[in-house]
Design a binder for this molecule. Structure first.
Ligand code: NAD
Length: 335
């Protein structure tokens, strides 16, 4: 299988953001090799290249994949992502997200190829100012965010002391889906606002909760920066290519720089789907920041990345995918 081809190892490529990035890689002429243990991924999301089933902590299996495909680079999405679970079981998060990442980074470094890491705006914690840029203090509020920060710091040390090239991409709120509806957001359990609201639009769930309507924001509800998953995917290709061009890398925010409040999100969802559903006001959730918005200047200047899709396109693509998903997973509830 060794060749002069442009294979890229995509750890966690059977998941939500990873699978969309495989689509973007294929469009850019790469062959994504998905490496995933399917703990939360979906085998049928692997559509644009080979699949290797395995855990990133399994160094032998990883080494075999590297030998077989001789990748030009590695994209690292494989992680546990549910914040609430990270509070209940920090050990699993540190083992999977930190030990696993170190194992993958070591393998990529040994093979002499750069790595792009999925980080998060959750590494910042409570905003000291808005929009948040990359030099904003990083004080995560939960174990999930801390596991991501530890990996960022390991990568930063490797850039500084070992000249090992890598980029950490700090996503704000990933949302939307492949406009052709082949892949999309499918987490079990689902904790993200948009798919939960879409389940309400389909009548699969009843009642959408807004956690707090007394924040100091324009309508009292929290404001988030939703970025289309395909815009994120395209940023990964640009990040990889920057490293392949010989840059050492660093950290970049990936957001739109625009905020949407939860109320505005609900209104957009009702308008795009043409469905109404009940919305309740629930108490604030501990640790929720009133506003999270990215300063994306660095990504625009250095990666030449600019998000192209707005919140209506995000919801339209998510709705298209979500109806297909639920026709498969909940055929009886949709009658
Ligand atoms: N979804 C978001 O809004 C968001 C925001 C910020 C950061 N991120 C980061 O982006 C990445 C992808 O998130 P997602 O929403 O696509 O999650 P996801 O759960 O859909 O995808 C993660 C994938 O990694 C796989 N995986 C997990 N642990 C593994 C291991 N030890 N070995 C091999 N495979 C493993 C899972 O099976 C899954 O396919 C994560 O690192 C997450 O922290 C996501």
């Amino acid at each position: 299988m060794k060749s002069a081809s442009k294979h890229v190892i995509v750890a966690g490529g059977a998941g939500y953001v990873g699978s969309h990035t495989c689509l973007a890689l294929a469009r850019a002429g790469y062959i994504p090799v998905v490496y995933d243990n399917l703990s939360n991924g979906h085998r049928d999301f692997v559509q644009w290249g080979p699949f290797v089933e395995g855990d990133i902590q399994d160094t032998e299996n990883l080494a075999e994949a590297f030998q077989m495909y001789a990748p030009v680079g590695v994209l690292h999405f494989a992680a546990l992502i549910e914040v609430g679970e990270s509070v209940k079981d920090p050990i699993s998060f540190y083992r999977n997200n930190v030990t696993g990442a170190i194992s993958l980074i070591e393998c990529a470094k040994t093979y002499g190829v750069p790595l792009v890491f999925s980080s998060t705006c959750a590494t910042y914690g409570t905003p000291a100012y808005l929009p948040m840029d990359e030099v904003h203090e990083q004080t995560p509020l939960n174990p999930y965010g801390r596991t991501k920060l530890v990996v960022e710091q390991a990568l930063s040390d490797l850039r500084q002391y070992s000249n090992y090239p890598s980029i950490a991409l700090r996503y704000f709120n990933a949302a939307g889906a492949d406009p052709e509806g082949r892949i999309g957001e499918w987490h079990e359990p689902e904790t993200h606002a948009i798919p939960i609201a879409l389940d309400n639009a389909l009548g699969i769930r009843s009642g959408f909760s807004i956690n707090g309507d007394d924040y100091e924001t324009r309508d009292g509800t929290c404001i988030r920066d939703y970025v289309h998953v395909l815009d994120l995917a395209e940023a990964h290709v640009k990040a990889l290519e920057r490293l392949l061009d010989g840059h050492l890398g660093g950290a970049f925010n990936l957001g739109t720089g625009n905020g949407t409040s939860v109320r505005e999100l609900v209104e957009t969802i009702k308008s795009v789907t043409g469905k109404s559903f009940d919305v309740q006001i629930a108490p604030r959730r501990m640790g929720d920041s009133p506003v999270l918005i990215a300063n994306r200047e660095k990504a625009e200047t250095e990666l030449e990345w600019r998000p192209r899709r707005n919140i209506t396109e995000i919801i339209t693509d998510a709705w298209n995918w979500h109806q297909k998903l639920r026709a498969k997973t909940h055929p009886d509830s949709l009658a």
